[in-house]
Design a protein around this ligand. Structure first.
Ligand SMILES: Cc1ncc(COP(=O)(O)O)c(C=O)c1O
Length: 341
């Protein structure tokens, strides 16, 4: 496949990350995060999130979400998320299987939960027949490409904490949100009450490996064992840590995310006035959602890979990434125009 709007995961690895892997491939090193690369990466994470934060590497984003939730819950709890949440739609029931919790969802329209969506689920506290609400989980940026403001997150965190609950953030696209908000990570995570964070990198230029962060060390007390028992402890940890070090060096993460976001904006601007094309979500990160005539996207998708998001409404999703090129977007838009004639 030459190019694709299917997913930010369809892009490869950033050359600087790949080079860091090669550089790390020298000599011997301790394993299981006892190596110097992991120690160094841990220090960088602490510089972003503070000394109280704890970071652990896992293999992928699903594991980061599931293990965050596992650390925060017991099987009689429930987890509240948007209907569109990856953890509800795309994790094959892993959160339910590994936590034993009930997952409760709310329809949002734009992928963002508000207190009004959550309140109907905040019932049955102390009632033995009812699963006990314990975690609100949000995605930043959301699966629909929208981004929560720090104020919106704080409102959710306050709501959670007032009910003796936690706020988890699925940050598989955290960099895109930071780039859009033009804020440091801490301003919309630990500073506004997020308790546990899945910190992604794969969608923004890394090869593999995601990080789990807790902002109160008490929450991570048993995490070493939770992770090992869940088969997410990687022995050659230096190769995840080295990727993160390259990702953070000279703000590569930001450069990549800014580029991906800019490309999504460029694409949206180019198609928004085309007859029959309707952009359906605010373009705040690296995703463009649009409704277009079925014959048009059926023809277009033969030439340019992307996913149909909703067959019933003829809505498609176009994802940009750190290596999406303007020239590709131009060619894509030309072909789209021809299908609309
Ligand atoms: C919002 C969100 N969270 C988490 C993930 C992590 O998925 P994976 O387990 O494939 O790394 C993805 C990947 O598509 C995602 O879009």
């Amino acid at each position: 496949m030459k190019t694709s709007f299917g997913s930010d995961n369809h892009s490869g690895v950033h050359p600087k990350v790949l080079k860091a892997l090669e550089d790390a491939n020298q000599g011997y090193c301790l394993s299981y995060e006892e190596d110097e690369y992991s120690a160094q990466a841990g220090r960088v994470f602490k510089s972003f999130f503070g000394d109280q934060s704890r970071v652990y590497f896992v293999f992928n984003g699903t594991a980061a979400n599931v293990l965050c939730l596992q650390a925060l819950t017991r099987p009689h709890h429930s987890i509240i998320c948007a209907t569109t949440a990856h953890l509800h739609q795309d994790e094959c029931g892993a959160p339910e299987r590994f936590t034993g919790c009930k997952v409760l969802t709310a329809d949002t329209g734009d992928g963002k939960l508000t207190p009004a969506h959550i309140k109907p689920h905040l019932t049955g506290f102390g009632f033995q027949h009812h699963s006990q609400p314990k975690v609100i989980s949000i995605s930043q940026s959301t699966e629909l490409g929208t981004v929560y403001t720090p104020e919106e997150i704080k409102e959710l965190a306050d709501l959670a904490h007032n009910h003796n609950m936690y706020l988890h953030m699925d940050g598989s696209r955290l960099a895109n949100a930071a780039a859009f908000l033009d804020l440091p990570f801490s301003a919309f995570t630990c500073d506004v009450g997020v308790d546990a964070l899945s910190f992604g990198g794969t969608k923004n230029g890394m090869l593999l490996g995601e990080a789990v962060l807790f902002f109160d060390p008490k929450l991570s007390q048993d995490f070493l064992y939770v992770r090992k028992q869940s088969m997410q402890l990687f022995s050659k940890s230096r190769f995840v840590a080295a990727q993160y070090l390259a990702y953070f060096k000279n703000d590569l993460w930001l450069e990549n995310a800014q580029h991906a976001n800019r490309m999504a904006r460029y694409l949206a601007d180019k198609v928004s006035n085309l007859p029959g094309v309707q952009i359906t979500q605010k373009v705040e990160s690296n995703a463009v959602f649009a409704i277009l005539p079925k014959p048009a996207y059926q023809q277009l998708v033969k030439k340019h890979f992307f996913y149909v998001w909703d067959e019933l409404t003829d809505e498609v999703r176009w994802m940009c990434s750190f290596n999406t090129q303007k020239s590709y977007i131009d060619a894509f838009v030309n072909d789209l125009k021809n299908t609309l004639l």
